[in-house]
Design a protein around this ligand. Structure first.
Ligand SMILES: [Zn+2]
Length: 401
C-alpha cells in the first residue's frame, strides 16, 4: 500500500475475507489477536454470527478488518457461490474434513491412495457430503498428487482462489456503478447504494440518458399517464367482467356489505362502453392492456354498485383505498413517473413477481426482489421509548404486500 503523499494521514485498513468465517474463524481470532500488540474492536453482528470485526495494531495503528464473505454473496455455500458468481469453468474441490483429527492426521494424510467414497460420509450433513459424480471427479483430480497431504494443500489454495475470483467478479460488477463493494458490509447495503446512485446519477445506468437526477423535476400537475403510446386500448370481455363481478361480490360479502344491488354480469354492455369512452377518474389515464380498468368505490362504506363506483386504473384504485387523497395522488404521480423513466419500484402484482423471480439466481436482483408477504414477513422495527430515551427493536408483521 503506497500513496503519493504518505504525510497525509489516512486510515490503514486491510480487508481480510473468508467464506463463512463468522462461524469458525472469529473464535480463532480471539485466541490469536487478543494480546498486547493488537486491540480487538467491537464486532458488527452478534457473537454467533459476526459479520465483521476490526483489529488494530497498537504500534503501527494498522487495521485488519475481517469480513465474512457470505455477507457479500448472500447466504449460500461456496459451491453455490462459485456457480452463481464464478467463472463457469471453475468447480469446488472436495475433501472429507471429518475423517481427520489432531491425533490421526499424519497417518491419514500420508497415505498415497485416494479417499474411499465411504470416507465422505458426513455426520454433520447426515449422509454423503458429495455426489457419486463429484467423487469420480475427485479420483481424476487426485491422480496429479503423490499423497493425500499434497492434494489437501492444492485443495486449500483452490478453495481460496475460487472464492477470490467470485469476489472479484462481484467487485467488477459494482465497480461500473462506482460502488466499492468492500466499503459495504453486505450485498443488501451494496444494492441499496446502487438504488440511490441510480436515482442521482441516471446516465451511469441508462447510457443514452443525459439526465442528471430523477425526481427533482417531478411535477405534481404534469401528466405522466400512458407512457406507451402504442399500448392497445383495453376492451372488456364478458368473461373478464363476470370474474370481476364475482370478486367484487366476494370482497363486499367478506367486509359485511350488502351485495343485493351490486353490479352483475348483465351490466357487461354498459361497462364495456364506459371503459372504452372514459378515462381513469383519479389520474385521467386511458385504459389499455398495460393499464386495465377497475371499479373504484367512492364511499368506502358502500358496496360495488353502479351508483357508488367510478372507473379507475387498478393501481390507482389500490393507492386510493383508505388513504389521504393528497398522499394518494402524490404516490400515483410518483408511480407513473417511475414507470416513465424505468426507475426501481415495488412490485405488488404476485404474478409479475413470480415470473421475474424465476429468472433471478442471486446478487443484487435477489435483494431488490425480496418478497414480503402480509401476515408472514417479519420486519424489525425500532420504536422510540420516551421514558428510557431509547429506541427499542420490535418484531412486527407487515400489513401490506
Ligand atoms: Zn389511474
Amino acid at each position: 500500500m503506497k500513496y503519493d503523499d504518505e504525510n497525509i494521514p489516512f486510515d490503514k485498513c486491510v480487508k481480510v475475507l473468508g467464506q463463512n468465517s463468522s462461524r469458525f474463524d472469529i473464535a480463532l481470532l480471539w485466541d490469536a489477536l487478543e494480546c498486547e500488540l493488537w486491540t480487538m474492536g467491537v464486532p458488527i453482528g452478534d457473537l454467533n454470527n459476526t459479520k465483521s470485526i476490526t483489529v488494530t495494531n497498537k504500534k503501527s495503528h494498522m487495521k485488519l478488518q475481517f469480513i465474512d464473505a457470505e455477507n457479500l454473496f448472500g447466504p449460500m455455500t461456496l459451491k453455490a457461490c462459485v456457480k452463481d458468481y464464478g467463472d463457469k469453468t471453475e468447480h469446488k474441490d472436495v475433501f472429507p474434513y471429518e475423517i481427520i483429527n489432531s491425533k490421526n492426521w499424519n497417518e491419514v494424510l500420508m497415505k498415497t491412495d485416494p479417499f474411499e467414497y465411504e470416507d465422505f460420509k458426513s455426520q454433520l450433513k447426515g449422509g454423503y457430503s458429495i455426489t457419486k459424480d463429484e467423487y469420480d471427479q475427485y479420483l481424476i483430480d487426485f491422480k496429479r498428487f503423490t499423497n493425500r497431504l499434497e492434494y489437501l494443500k492444492y485443495y486449500n489454495i483452490n478453495d481460496t482462489e475460487i472464492m477470490v475470483k467470485s469476489l472479484m467478479n462481484l467487485i467488477d460488477t459494482f465497480e461500473q456503478f462506482n460502488i466499492d463493494v468492500l466499503h459495504y458490509i453486505s450485498i443488501a447495503s451494496c444494492a441499496y447504494a446502487t438504488k440511490h446512485y441510480s436515482t442521482y446519477f441516471p446516465s451511469k445506468f441508462i447510457l443514452e440518458s443525459d439526465k442528471q437526477t430523477y425526481y427533482s423535476d417531478i411535477d405534481i400537475k404534469a401528466d405522466y399517464s400512458n407512457p406507451n403510446p402504442n399500448a392497445k386500448p383495453f376492451v372488456l370481455t364478458a368473461g373478464y367482467w363476470k370474474n370481476k363481478c364475482y370478486h367484487y361480490k366476494q370482497q363486499d360479502y367478506k367486509a359485511g356489505r350488502e351485495t343485493e344491488k351490486n353490479v352483475t354480469a348483465d351490466d357487461y354492455d354498459y361497462y364495456k362502453r364506459l371503459f372504452e369512452t372514459s378515462v381513469c377518474s383519479i389520474c385521467k389515464a386511458k385504459f389499455t392492456y398495460d393499464n386495465p380498468s377497475s371499479l373504484d368505490r367512492q364511499d368506502n362504506e358502500l358496496p360495488h354498485t353502479k351508483d357508488n363506483c367510478l372507473p379507475a386504473c387498478v393501481s390507482c384504485n389500490i393507492e386510493h383505498a383508505n388513504r389521504d387523497p393528497k398522499i394518494a395522488s402524490l404516490r400515483i404521480k410518483m408511480r407513473l413517473y417511475a414507470i416513465k423513466h424505468n426507475l426501481t419500484m415495488t412490485i405488488s402484482d404476485e404474478r409479475i413477481y413470480k415470473l421475474l423471480r424465476e429468472c433471478i439466481t442471486s446478487g443484487l436482483a435477489a435483494v431488490f426482489h425480496r418478497e414480503n408477504i402480509a401476515g408472514k414477513t417479519h420486519i424489525n422495527e425500532l420504536t422510540y421509548d420516551e421514558y428510557s430515551n431509547k429506541s427499542i427493536p420490535q418484531f412486527i408483521f407487515i400489513s401490506q404486500k
